[in-house]
Ligand binder design. Structure first.
Ligand code: DWN
Length: 397
């Protein structure tokens, strides 16, 4: 049974950056109800009514996975580890974005799947790329074209984005070789609960996985979870290692330990989510009060990183250009646009980060270390960062 525990209100699509603020553009903005529920049978946390993926993953997809040093290094390191550990002959990535993971592999052995055509156009220069959604039809086409099955399937921040989880898992099983491995990375539910990072809920994050939910769900698909890594990316993620039921891999003690930890933190109980929801309401109130107080002191506040996560914060907490003068972002195709729903201008850090700025809200809080290091000199000269994770506060210098 699915039970709603969090209502984040009417939200626009996190990727729907506006090109201008004309009546025509703002009137056609699409909003949906962002309600989050917990399934008491399989412990899965998901959006109650997901948006149609055709609206989301278009040729205008803005996010570039290679935009931060943290992610470039993380993908390089996991690519190296997986090659060493599993020695795969054939590799596939689902949701290959701009190829930041795949570029560490020999193009001869690799295929990319990416439904956003603008991104698929980047990887297709070097890798066999299918500019399509991951589904049964595509899985059949891949085995037909390539004859052999796939030894390593990697997918970071993508499986959680596909509403039809049943078809996704059936399709993965279809293409996987007998001793092949599926490696999935997605934000960790336990980290989200601990960080109160409710902004990990937006239209694209249809599911927020936990190890206990993944273990439960795989049972119906002749697949099993045999290991898990706790990783620091995106504010705390989990890397799941999945194989066929009869594959050679044994379940690791690390997996058991993590599942026990999730149970100890009551991730299998609905009350846990009600408590989280109450903390989220408090966080909203506190953040608004903190930023309002700063604004009343006539200080200039901007937001740092036009993240998809910020769409949830800004729209839920009702923050617009009365609070933030603008948002800065290094991604070229976000610059010159406006934030979804709240219409705050997005500009480059070169133009926007200067002595006139007193406070910066850390929209990209998941890159806190990288950003604080980068902005060390400006922080010394007076720039102060504010974050809502794990609770609204001023980051001390
Ligand atoms: O799952 C998803 C994650 C992985 O990426 C997607 N559905 C969409 C996207 O979500 P996000 O926008 O919340 O992700 P990031 O990676 O937290 O975005 C960071 C943004 O901040 C990028 O647009 C780049 C920008 N940035 C910046 O302006 N200066 C980042 C750094 C490190 C910086 O120094």
């Amino acid at each position: 049974m699915k039970k709603i525990f969090l209502d984040l209100g009417k939200q626009p699509l996190a990727n729907s950056f506006l090109k201008d603020l004309s009546k025509k553009t703002t009137k056609s903005e699409f909003f949906y109800n962002l309600k989050i529920c917990f399934n008491t049978s399989n412990f899965l946390v998901s959006i109650k009514s997901p948006v149609n993926p055709k609206k989301q993953y278009t040729k205008k997809y803005a996010h570039r996975a290679s935009e931060s040093q943290t992610m470039r290094s993380a993908f390089k390191s996991i690519a190296k580890n997986l090659q060493k550990k599993f020695k795969p002959k054939r590799v596939m990535e689902i949701g290959s974005n701009d190829g930041v993971f795949l570029k560490n592999f020999n193009p001869k052995n690799v295929i990319a799947v990416e439904p956003c055509k603008n991104l698929a156009n980047i990887t297709k220069k070097k890798f066999k790329t299918y500019p399509e959604f991951w589904n049964l039809r595509l899985s059949k086409k891949i085995i037909k074209n390539k004859k052999e099955k796939i030894d390593l399937i990697f997918s970071a921040n993508t499986i959680s984005h596909i509403p039809n989880l049943k078809e996704t898992l059936l399709s993965l099983n279809n293409v996987l070789s007998d001793n092949g491995v599926i490696v999935i990375e997605d934000p960790s539910l336990l980290s989200i609960l601990k960080n109160n990072s409710y902004d990990q809920f937006y239209d694209e994050h249809v599911y927020v996985f936990s190890a206990i939910a993944i273990q439960h769900i795989l049972k119906d698909y002749n697949l099993r979870l045999f290991d898990v890594d706790k990783i620091s990316t995106h504010g705390g993620s989990l890397r799941y290692y999945i194989c066929k039921n009869l594959a050679k891999y044994k379940s690791t003690p690390k997996l058991k330990k993590f599942v026990d930890l999730e149970k100890k933190n009551n991730l299998d109980k609905f009350e846990t989510y009600i408590k989280f929801s109450n903390r989220v309401k408090k966080s909203k109130k506190k953040l608004y009060e903190l930023l309002k107080k700063i604004k009343n002191e006539n200080k200039k506040i901007i937001s740092y990183g036009a993240t998809y996560k910020s769409t949830t914060v800004f729209n839920y907490c009702k923050m617009n250009n009365k609070i933030f003068d603008y948002v800065t972002d290094t991604t070229k195709n976000k610059q010159g646009k406006f934030t979804p729903g709240t219409h705050i201008p997005i500009i480059s850090p070169e133009t926007g980060i200067n002595e006139t700025v007193d406070y910066a809200f850390l929209g990209a809080w998941n890159f806190k270390e990288e950003i604080l290091k980068k902005e060390k000199k400006r922080i010394k000269r007076g720039l102060t960062f504010v974050s809502h994770v794990p609770y609204p506060h001023i980051i001390s210098k």
